[in-house]
Design a protein. Structure first.
Length: 144
């Protein structure tokens, strides 16, 4: 059975393993202070938020999200990171995390939840195409 809840202090070590896996997938290495910054923000739960998914009591999935203003609608919720442990894939973990963020955002009267993924992430895109609409936008970035 999958349970979704806010990340608790006891989840820190397992969260860090999962967040490292997420960043490895996207070929990034984060400095320890960025892990600490994110974890502190999630525990504060005011600017950035995080949920964990547990399967049979073990943390196997994470999502990080935030709310921001929009010029064309009420506030929107950006689902920034989503990751499921390889051994838990195919059990509905990512779907449950997306649903939890959607319900959280709905309760706070956000107008939408959105996210991005790499075009080559075919496995994730199969799920995303089932639970959301690809509006065709292309993401551009300027690294500072």
């Amino acid at each position: 059975m999958i349970t979704i809840d806010k990340l608790a202090p006891a989840d820190r070590a397992d969260w860090e393993v999962l967040f490292t896996g997420y960043n490895t997938f996207y070929e990034r290495t984060l400095a320890p202070e960025l892990f600490e910054r994110a974890w502190t923000a999630f525990q504060d739960d005011s600017r950035m938020h995080a949920f964990g998914a547990k399967l049979d009591g073990k943390l196997v999935g994470i999502t990080h999200f935030l709310v921001h203003a929009s010029t064309t609608a009420p506030d929107v919720c950006y689902l920034q990171d989503l990751f499921t442990a390889p051994e838990a894939r195919g059990h509905g973990v990512a779907r449950a995390l997306i649903a939890a963020v959607t319900e959280w955002a709905r309760a706070r009267e956000c107008s939408r939840v959105y996210w991005s993924t790499h075009e080559t992430n075919a496995t994730a895109r199969r799920l995303y195409d089932k639970v959301a609409v690809n509006r065709g936008f292309i993401l551009y970035q300027i690294t500072l």
